[in-house]
Unconditional design. Structure first.
Length: 211
């Protein structure tokens, strides 16, 4: 289905949203805005205030929660599920069966393979090609993950911060001014990330620029 053609007959809201009259894949009154050449597979479901950029392609049985924003050139495989307030940058590609929790943010050019699951508030930097959700920090509930970047090596997320492994070790090592028990727990977690990344064949450090 070419979504741009499909919604041409919908009423237009005063705030530039197209307002659904109630169709199989979008509840009555739900509002969407979109760029050119948006294509939906069969069984797609869109939440309220969804924004789709130009040349977005959604596979069969994709579900987008309320207030999801997809940049230009995004491609989602079949059976992808995105929670509320998810933001994907330009040219993001998600394989079949990917599930993202609420308020996940993926930078431009992120590419994730099939069946990846990331919980609420995971943040992936531009160009990341794999990621593992490490859950919430006990007590403070910061979301943590580690990620593979083809040029920057392994990246570590804690809340809104995104570190390279050396920067993360410095942050929770000699530079850390908080509780030493928290620092020690993070350093153990970084040891796990390094071992797991090595087992998966990920490059741990940044790749020097050619030339």
């Amino acid at each position: 289905m070419n979504l741009a053609a499909e919604i041409r007959g919908w009423p237009r809201g005063t705030d530039d949203w197209f307002v659904s009259p109630g169709v199989e894949w979008c509840a009555a009154g739900a509002r969407v805005t979109l760029g050119a050449e948006v294509t939906l597979g069969d069984g797609v479901t869109l939440g309220d205030r969804v924004t789709l950029g130009a040349e977005v392609t959604l596979g069969d049985e994709v579900t987008l929660g309320d207030r999801v924003t997809l940049g230009d050139g995004v491609t989602l495989g079949a059976w992808v599920t995105l929670g509320a307030w998810v933001t994907l940058g330009d040219r993001v590609t998600l394989g079949d069966g990917v599930t993202l929790g609420d308020r996940v943010r993926l930078g431009d050019g992120v590419r994730l393979g099939a069946e990846v699951t990331l919980g609420d508030r995971v943040k992936l930097g531009d160009g990341v090609t794999a990621a593992i959700d490490l859950g919430l920090e006990p007590g403070r509930n910061y979301r943590r993950s580690f990620q593979r970047h083809p040029a920057r090596g392994v990246l570590f997320q804690a809340g809104c911060h995104l570190f390279t492994l050396p920067d993360a070790r410095h942050h929770w090592g000699v530079a850390y001014q908080g509780e030493r028990a928290i620092a020690a727990a993070y350093l153990r977690l970084l040891d796990y990330c390094e071992a797991e990344a090595t087992a998966r064949g990920w490059n741990l450090s940044a790749t020097p620029a050619s030339g």
